[in-house]
Design a protein. Structure first.
Length: 106
């Protein structure tokens, strides 16, 4: 993180210390930290970063290769979509999931 970046509440500096510690402990890993915050705290954190649309219920930043994810508490999880490029034969995929779930419940 750049030396001259400062936030009024010191959030960036504290997050940089946390990410530095994680990099020290796990230097060869890809790391992420997730914070689920109440609305007041979420809005306070959000205001420290670029002008992010206030309707967003989650955003992420990267500090020194560690991804930090902020989620508004109570927000619904993002929808995961299966794209045709990833799974060209969706019916085959659905049969696989169905057979796997029926074996698991037996």
């Amino acid at each position: 993180m750049e030396e001259n970046q400062e936030s009024p509440d010191g959030y960036l500096e504290k997050l940089a210390l946390i990410t530095d510690a994680i990099e020290t402990i796990f230097p060869e890993s890809q790391s992420a930290i997730i914070f689920e915050l109440e609305e007041l705290e979420y809005k306070k954190i959000q205001s420290n970063f670029r002008k992010i649309d206030s309707s967003y219920e989650r955003f992420k930043i990267d500090i020194s290769g560690v991804e930090i994810i902020f989620i508004l508490k109570g927000s619904k999880p993002p929808q995961l979509e299966i794209e045709e490029k990833i799974i060209p034969n969706k019916s085959l995929w659905k049969r696989f999931i169905k057979s796997f779930s029926s074996k698991k419940s037996s």
